[in-house]
Design a protein around this ligand. Structure first.
Ligand SMILES: Nc1ncnc2c1ncn2[C@@H]1O[C@H](COP(=O)(O)OP(=O)(O)O)[C@@H](O)[C@H]1O
Ligand SMILES: [Mg+2]
Length: 226
């Protein structure tokens, strides 16, 4: 499903100073995998997620997603691929504050055909994360774990094959973190590919495959028994 071949990323600051963040990432992720990518802060986790998520392009190397070569795509193709295949979850939830859970989840559906029942789809996504009884709540009326579950519902509503989560438990206490990881585990059992990045070992251990990165490269890749 996802294949990265010798992916590099170099940022240029003010046109001169180069920061090499990814120095040759080789990685294959199969449909239905549940992967945690672990590295300390500043090691390029978000950079790699943005490349996998078609939000940014690598400096070098090849990226294949379901056989299509992402590194050769123009901006339109990149955003179409992203909208069709990928749902994002971020550390800071990124919910609209004065908008109900239901309306937050409906947002990504704005480009749907007119005959699609937005409300029904958004409600189904909220039910899938166990929040069917909270659809009319504002984010401020929900716990951190519940807010992140709304964000997961929003990522799910277009039915993407892949969920990418960038430090999804970084702002949560242990109980909420476990609750969110439980949702990812369930979505993965339902066939969804889950890729998350974290610097917390306890979080990574909930995944089935743990990839460790250091100094721009993958240093280990291990599978846990199911
Ligand atoms: N847009 C950018 N321009 C320049 N440098 C960047 C940019 N984004 C990230 N970096 C640098 O790349 C390195 C890795 O960043 P990041 O991928 O955010 O790491 P992580 O998510 O693991 O904390 C950091 O040194 C960061 O300062
Ligand atoms: Mg980051």
């Amino acid at each position: 499903m996802i294949e990265l071949k010798d992916i590099t990323k170099t940022y240029r600051k003010n046109g001169s100073l180069e920061v090499k963040v990814l120095e040759g990432i080789n990685l294959e992720i199969k449909k239905g995998d549940f992967v945690a990518i672990m590295a300390p802060s500043g090691m390029g986790k978000s950079t790699l997620m943005n490349i996998i998520g078609c939000l940014d392009r690598p400096t070098g190397g090849e990226y294949f997603l379901d056989g299509a070569e992402v590194d050769k795509m123009n901006d339109d193709e990149l955003s179409r691929t992203r909208n069709k295949k990928i749902g994002f979850v971020f550390q800071s939830f990124n919910l609209l504050p004065k908008t109900t859970a239901l309306e937050n989840v409906e947002l990504p559906l704005i480009y749907s055909p007119v005959d699609v029942d937005l409300k029904a789809k958004a409600k189904a996504a909220l039910e899938a994360v166990g929040l069917g009884d909270r659809i009319d709540h504002m984010p401020s009326e929900l716990s951190g774990g519940q807010q992140q579950r709304v964000a997961i519902a929003r990522a799910l509503v277009n039915d993407p094959a892949i969920i990418l989560a960038d430090e999804p438990t970084g702002n949560l206490d242990t109980a909420s973190s476990n609750e969110v990881m439980g949702i990812f585990t369930k979505l993965n059992r339902d066939g969804r590919t889950i890729i998350l990045v974290t610097h917390e070992a306890e979080v990574a251990e909930k995944a089935e495959r743990i990839i460790r990165m250091m100094d721009g490269r993958i240093v280990s890749d291990e599978r846990r028994a199911k």
